[in-house]
Ligand binder design. Structure first.
Ligand SMILES: [Zn+2]
Length: 225
């Protein structure tokens, strides 16, 4: 099972931690992936130092765009960060896209997440049908399935709908600790796909425990199938 952690786990208690430090704190954890979240446009100005890049050598890197409508500038700066970091894909939110043409960059891969950002500032799930209709108009074929958002919009059945429709194109799943015990997480599908831990962790101990619990999902899968 491939595991990862988003730097988003540092929000809250870890909020003041600087970007480079957040990344380096994930460097020595027993995970395969690090997802680097540039939550604010000004985070894109931060230089990820060579020291940080050296520290995460051997980890596979993913990048997440800021939670703002995508101006050309935001997308270009995210792409520049992703290239410097050697990211495998850039996670984007479908309804932050103003102009699909700015996503036609050939040497980076974008991955659409099932999240609805508007009109509410409260992030929540997309109903599968609405997501599918929107995705049809966007030149991106890779999906990041956020389990929490799918559950919010339609329960575990909604998760199944996404798996049925996008199976081969789901590059990663965002998952929070509260969702580890859902019965859908025992589906064999989840043993093949990188699971990226999101959600705040109060401290390093909680983070390490969550990674350990995430690993146990695969033990449960083996016991069930
Ligand atoms: Zn997201």
């Amino acid at each position: 099972m491939l595991l990862g952690v988003s730097t988003g786990v540092f929000y809250g208690t870890y909020e003041q931690t600087a970007m480079n430090e957040k990344i380096r704190q994930l460097a020595d954890l027993p995970i395969d992936f690090i997802e680097i979240l540039f939550a604010e446009p000004n985070a894109l100005e931060i230089e990820i130092t060579q020291e940080t890049i050296d520290a995460i050598k051997g980890k596979r890197i993913l990048v997440h765009t800021p939670f703002y409508q995508y101006t050309k500038e935001i997308i270009q700066k995210t792409i520049a960060q992703a290239k410097r970091l050697g990211a495998e894909h850039i996670v984007i939110h479908p309804d932050y896209i103003i102009d699909v043409n700015i996503l036609k960059e050939r040497d980076v891969i974008f991955a659409l997440e099932n999240i609805k950002s508007f009109p509410s500032t409260l992030l929540c799930g997309f109903h599968f049908e609405n997501f599918a209709a929107l995705v049809d108009q966007i030149p991106v074929s890779i999906i990041v399935l956020d389990i929490g958002h799918a559950i919010q919009s339609g329960g575990e059945e909604e998760v199944i709908k996404y798996l049925d429709a996008y199976n081969q194109n789901i590059a990663a799943c965002h998952v929070k600790k509260e969702q580890f015990t859902l019965s859908c997480m025992k589906l064999p599908f989840f043993s093949k796909i990188p699971l990226i831990l999101e959600g705040r962790c109060k401290n390093r101990e909680e983070l390490i425990n969550s990674i350990e619990e995430m690993k146990n999902i695969s033990v449960k899968q083996r016991n069930n199938f």
